[in-house]
Design a protein around this ligand. Structure first.
Ligand code: B12
Ligand code: SF4
Length: 476
């Protein structure tokens, strides 16, 4: 019998390279530090059902994670657990739970507690209370039922010293099931987090709000120790840093690179940067320390749309950042998205024109039609206030919109549609984006990759159908 089983739901139909659920691994190591016995089951890589693991471990508490895309799967796991043994206490946390606590508890009776925000300290505080038979009214950052009421305690303060947390519990994960292919070089890589949070306030993003628009960092020495451990113990050959914005704090980047250079640890890595947070010195040092590929969002080439989405960047800065990366010799993966607040077809054209003009400086173009509305974002507030979401929409009630398939989005999370840029326009943009991917030699190689991968092939055939539909519509 164990105290806690932590589970990560699978996103049905999605295809991602497999990487460890780091949030759960952080919670697990901290629970172990406080003498709780813990196991993690990640349904992204495990095939046996929850009931198998429940009978194997017989946990008192079940901790369920997930995103908005996996919310129904998370609810199903809670239901399965209660069917197996009513006395198992189901706790739901993560980015979706953090912004939907009251609604989730109102609708999903199989969930007993919600943890909002960072989970490490809150989970220990909650379990300490529950194990002592006390009510957790004084634990910050939770939501629970009391009689007919739902109590939401004040948000917990951010964990200021990340290094007080033990290293994520890699030992509880089946690490041989996780690997990320490093683009262009083919090395077997793995994910890493060196910081949490972001100072920007993009309208569509919940990551920065999740961490209270502040940034906390691990010390460089701790990070390089962890890297040594990952490369040495599991044989990984490179790293993808998954911080929301790795370059948010200049000193953090310099310290990290200095530590790698001083200790002469050699490995290739990539990370997420943000326009306005990098300069030549920083990028050159990153390159010297092994970085070869940087990801960043430009999102739109219309300044008006950028301002409306609160991106906090200017087009000329975007051009400068592209130039800088290229002159330093860093490959770039650049994100564009279509369907933002107030965006018109003319803005969309501006963005496509920008992409064409700068194609030579963008190594990988990543773009999507339709901006998803996530709980806790300004976009959600805006969409609700302007009747751009169904009136009766509730995050914890069934939602399945087949029209979303047409824009290649999953059917369970709404996207923003507006009178001037509705589903039809978004569908056309989706087809345009996809068609670009198959252009030239690069496109040919991409096409071969697609048709040899069953999941991608399904997506491709869905797109072909939309394309046919669009062609027919244009003819008539
Ligand atoms: C790495 C990452 C991924 C990885 C996932 C790796 C993994 N196995 O975890 C990959 C690339 C696969 C991925 C995919 C997707 N991601 Co992602 N991802 C991230 C990213 C950049 C970092 C996540 C992370 O590790 N954070 C750091 C850890 C410490 O925080 P955490 O995971 O939130 O966990 C803490 C708390 O949430 C809480 N907690 C978490 N789980 C639990 C469980 C319990 C019981 C408790 C008590 C507490 C708790 O405690 C943890 C420790 O403090 C975040 C942005 C961000 N910076 O957080 C986006 C983010 C989570 N992703 C997001 C999205 C949308 C997706 C996709 C849906 C994208 C897509 N379909 O195109 C998919 C969905 C995948 C899925 N199966 O659900 C959104 C989620 C928005 C939402 N409301 O759902 C985020 C917030 C980014 C954004 N756009 O705003 N993602
Ligand atoms: S820069 Fe990235 S992480 Fe920061 S708020 Fe914007 S989208 Fe979110």
């Amino acid at each position: 019998m164990i105290d806690v089983l932590l589970v990560n739901p699978q996103e049905e139909g999605a295809f991602f390279e497999r990487m460890p659920p780091l949030g759960l691994a952080y919670i697990a190591s901290n629970l172990e530090k406080h003498d709780y016995s813990v196991r993690i089951v990640d349904f992204e890589v495990e095939e046996k059902p929850l009931k198998y693991w429940l009978s194997l471990y017989r946990p008192k508490y079940l901790g369920i994670s997930g995103t908005s895309h996996t919310r129904f799967e998370s609810f199903r796991l809670a239901k399965d657990a209660k069917e197996y043994a009513r006395e198992i206490v189901a706790i739901y946390g993560g980015v979706h739970a953090s912004f939907t606590g009251v609604n989730t508890l109102r609708r999903i009776t199989d969930i007993d507690y919600i943890v909002e925000g960072e989970g490490e300290y809150t989970t220990v505080a909650l379990l300490d209370k529950l194990s002592g038979g006390k009510t957790p009214n004084e634990v910050p950052g939770i939501c629970f039922r009391q009689g007919h009421d739902i109590i939401e305690t004040p948000r917990a303060t951010r964990i200021t010293s990340l290094d007080d947390l033990p290293r994520p519990a890699y030992h509880l994960l089946n690490m041989d099931r996780y690997s990320l292919e490093m683009e262009f070089i083919g090395n077997r890589g793995i994910s890493l987090l060196t910081s949490r949070g972001c100072l920007a306030r993009c309208s569509f993003c919940s990551a920065s709000r999740m961490f209270g628009h502040t940034v906390t960092t691990h010390a460089a020495s701790r990070m390089v120790d962890e890297i040594d451990f990952l490369l040495g113990t599991y044989g990984y050959e490179g790293l993808k840093i998954f911080d929301s914005t790795f370059t948010m704090k200049k000193q953090h980047v310099h310290d990290f690179c200095d530590e790698i250079l001083d200790r002469r640890v050699e490995f290739p890595w990539e990370c997420e940067i943000r326009i306005g947070t990098v300069d030549r010195d920083m990028l050159e040092k990153m390159k010297d320390a092994g970085c070869y590929y940087v990801n960043f969002g430009i999102e739109s080439a219309s300044q008006r749309v950028l301002d409306l989405m609160r991106k906090g960047i200017r087009i000329n800065q975007a051009v400068e950042t592209l130039d800088l990366c290229n002159s330093v010799g860093l490959r770039t993966k650049v994100f564009f998205s279509f369907g933002h607040i107030g965006e018109t077809v003319a803005d969309v054209e501006k963005t496509f024109a920008f992409i064409d003009k700068h194609a030579g400086e963008i190594t990988t173009l990543a773009s999507g039609a339709g901006v998803r509305i996530y709980p806790g974002t300004y976009l959600e507030e805006y969409a609700r206030a302007n009747n751009l979401m169904p009136q009766d929409f509730e995050w914890s009630m069934p939602y399945d919109d087949p029209r979303l398939e047409g824009v290649l989005q999953t059917r369970s999370v709404p996207v923003l549609t507006q009178p001037q840029l509705g589903y039809d326009e978004l569908e056309r943009i989706a087809v345009r984006i996809y068609s670009r991917k198959f252009r030239g030699w690069k496109g040919f190689k991409y096409g071969i990759k697609k048709i040899t991968d069953p999941v991608k092939l399904k997506k491709l055939s869905r797109l072909m159908k939309i394309r046919m539909k669009n062609l027919l519509l244009r003819r008539n």
